[in-house]
Design a protein around this ligand. Sequence first.
Ligand code: LRH
Ligand code: MN
Ligand code: MN
Length: 388
Amino acid sequence: MTTLSPETLSALELQGIELPSWAFGNSGTRFRVWSTAGTPRDVFEKVADAAKVNEFTALAPSVALHIPWDKTDDYAALRGYAEGLGVKLGTINSNTFQDEDYKFGALTHHDDRIRRKAIDHHLECIDIMDATGSRDLKIWLAEGSNYPGQMDMRARQDRLADSLQQIYARLGDDQRLVLEYKFFEPSFYHTDVPDWGTSYAQVAALGEKALVCLDTGHHAPGTNIEFIVMQLLRLGKLGSFDFNSRFYADDDLIVGAADPFQLFRILVEVVRGGGLNNPDVAFMLDQCHNVEDKIPGQIRSVLNVQEMTARALLLDRDALDAAQAANDVLGAQAVFMDAFSTDVRPALAEWRRSRGLPADPMAAYAASGYQQHIAATRTGGTQAGWGA
Ligand code: LRH
Ligand code: MN
Ligand code: MN
């Protein structure tokens, strides 16, 4: 059995992956939203389910919220409830993609009234962050156009810069803004923040408290995502990850399910860039579980991240450096693949057991009876937010 060094284990012990509240709601595609027995009926129940993932894995100490999906009258009470269950409230995600007013844009809109409304929504999100104790405001914009000539792309960049400036000015000293990019969808010709370069240019103009969010599902097929991770870490501008995996578009499938090797390569750059347990990077999931049970889906996801992190930590840097310096192409590739090909699961199971955690969190959750309990007691669960 492969053994993991004390340094590797202490790095892994600190690993924390933030869960998205919406992963616990029902979801689907534009064709059908499927319901799953036991789906949470409010944000308190979403937090309770997220806390279960942490209970079985010790890997998920915080939960991200989406506003308005997770609106509640009393955020201090929600915070106390979460902390009572051993988790914190994390990133606050704004939402300007479900309001009729935003059909042609929000923070980029040419109509001042609509742009003001979108800015105010973000200021409200920062008020919520004050109450929840959250550090990060995550902004993803569903803005763009479908046809060449439909919109003035340049004027929209200028308005975006101005809108972000107004939001940035409201941040507290310990709060940050992360700007997420995505190259398509819901618009299909141009998107106002399509790539890391645009996000970087916008956040660099704001200041130190503004950073880039990298969602692994938001790139064109074939993109070398680990290169972007490396570059943003190098520039000190990687604020957060939205982890998920995809076969075709923004599929939001379980991280590491479609392409474990890509996840490994990303985590190698995270380790290389000092990013594992780097307090400046929020490691989040952004996933939906359309057809599988949500809590075990999230347990599987955080375990996948842990497993690939352990493999990334096994990479023999000295051997790799030597092979690279000697232009030993096949030698370097062999060192890299040795780490990726190592089965760390028995060692991780043993380590979990030694820390009083279940060796097999999936099996322990299945045996716990929680899924049956929520299925029996919760009726009328809501979907993640889409089409609600
Ligand atoms: C957009 C996105 C963004 C949203 C989330 C629900 O595709 O990745 O992060 O907030 O999905
Ligand atoms: Mn995302
Ligand atoms: Mn997405």
